[in-house]
Design a binder for this molecule. Structure first.
Ligand code: UT7
Length: 352
């Protein structure tokens, strides 16, 4: 039976780019350090009042236009985000209402940066089960609310003043996290491939809750009664904590082995993959995966320099750019790979 394939893509990033130098004004870091250690040159941040479903709405309009269909043809929404507008409800129903197609099923999935291999497997299963014909997969994250500074006017370059010593020290404590994330959204329209051998082939997915504390929000949650207190906020327990170096090593190891294992299950040689569409958390991860799997550099493209790590949006943004630039085409075999908080990780194979 033919699998799910991507028939339309779009992406959207908010506002003007925020260069590394702007972050160096509110914390101890530098453009040279960020570029050398991550490959990132700039990122975008949403503004007050702009949630993930707003960004996803813009991306979805582009994806629907690219697919040449009306929103009313969508009969299922899968929305991936770790930064929903509300604890509940999820952002999927909000996107449906904003698109004027409220009433259809809309799932939120919480696989963070690893969302897209999961979303593709889910979409493929729904299409094969006959539960949907046209699925809108959206990935959007707004990390601005996680950022450890209040001097947004300085970060956005509209004010120029000295930062208070304690504010500078606080941002510096969270700098590992603060320099890598950026905001954005992507949307993809998925349908069953017309080619009986085309579309989604297989995915290999994993999770390890034993390592949840490698990247998590320690406070503001339902182990606490009440779930948020002024004390938790004062202790910055609402900001994510990330064990960056350990996560980086885990990502290289697990992503290389998962891709190898998935290809071997499918009887595929790595050379048969036309493009490895990898999550963009840190260019060093993807370069190490590339070396471990001996992938030619042109087959594992990078766009982290322009966006940073946009979590659930990343793979969709990159896929959209690759399709629009003609760097991936109908008939190409793609391997998507990603690791994120949970931990969740996985890889998925899809022939366009
Ligand atoms: O999206 C899914 C999951 N996330 C990831 O996969 C993230 C993976 N991890 C990373 O991307 C990297 O670990 C980071 C970018 C977060 C950090 O880079 P690193 O090369 O692992 O740095 P480190 O934490 O080992 O720190 C090395 C040095 C330390 O200084 P000393 O102790 O050697 O003097 C840090 O204090 O770099 C310092 N440092 C910084 N300096 C300037 C850490 N962050 C910064 C910074 N600017 N932003």
């Amino acid at each position: 039976m033919s699998g799910a394939t991507i028939v339309g893509t779009g992406h959207f990033v908010p506002g003007s780019p925020v260069p590394n130098d702007a972050l160096a004004r509110v914390m101890e870091t530098s453009d040279a350090w960020i570029q050398a250690r991550t490959g990132i040159r700039q990122r975008h941040f949403a503004v007050e009042g702009q949630g993930p479903s707003d960004l996803a709405l813009e991306a979805s309009k582009k994806a629907l236009a690219d697919a040449g269909i009306e929103a009313t043809e969508v009969d299922y929404i899968i929305f991936a985000t770790m930064t929903p507008e509300h604890f509940f409800p999820g952002s999927g129903p909000l996107l449906g209402a904003k698109l004027g197609i409220g009433g259809i099923p809309a799932l939120d999935i919480r696989q963070q940066c690893a969302a897209m291999p999961y979303a593709f497997q889910l979409a493929d299963s729904l299409l094969k089960a006959g539960a949907a014909k046209t699925i809108l997969v959206a990935g959007a994250d707004v990390h601005a609310g996680f950022m450890p500074w209040q001097d947004w006017d300085v970060v956005r370059g509209v004010a120029d003043r000295e930062i208070a010593t304690d504010a500078y020290a606080r941002a510096t404590r969270h700098r590992g996290l603060a320099v890598i994330f950026g905001d954005g959204a992507a949307a993809m329209v998925l349908r069953k491939s017309a080619d009986p051998r085309g579309g989604f082939l297989d995915a290999e997915l994993h999770s390890d809750g034993g390592a949840y504390d490698h990247l998590f929000v320690p406070g503001v949650g339902f182990r606490q009664i009440p779930y948020v207190t002024p004390e938790l906020i004062a202790a910055d327990a609402h900001l994510p904590q990330m064990a960056g170096p350990s996560l980086l090593k885990k990502a290289v190891r697990t992503l290389s082995s998962t891709v190898r294992s998935l290809c071997s299950t499918q009887g595929l040689d790595l050379n048969e993959i036309d493009c490895f569409v990898a999550h963009q958390a840190n260019d060093r991860i993807n370069r190490a995966v590339r070396d471990a799997l001996r992938i030619p550099p042109e087959k594992i493209p990078s766009n982290i320099a322009r966006y940073g790590n946009t979590s659930a949006a990343t793979i969709g943004i990159l896929t959209d750019e690759l399709r629009r630039e003609g760097r991936v085409r109908k008939g190409d075999l793609l391997c998507f790979l990603a690791l994120g908080a949970g931990l969740n990780w996985g890889a998925a194979l899809m022939r366009l």
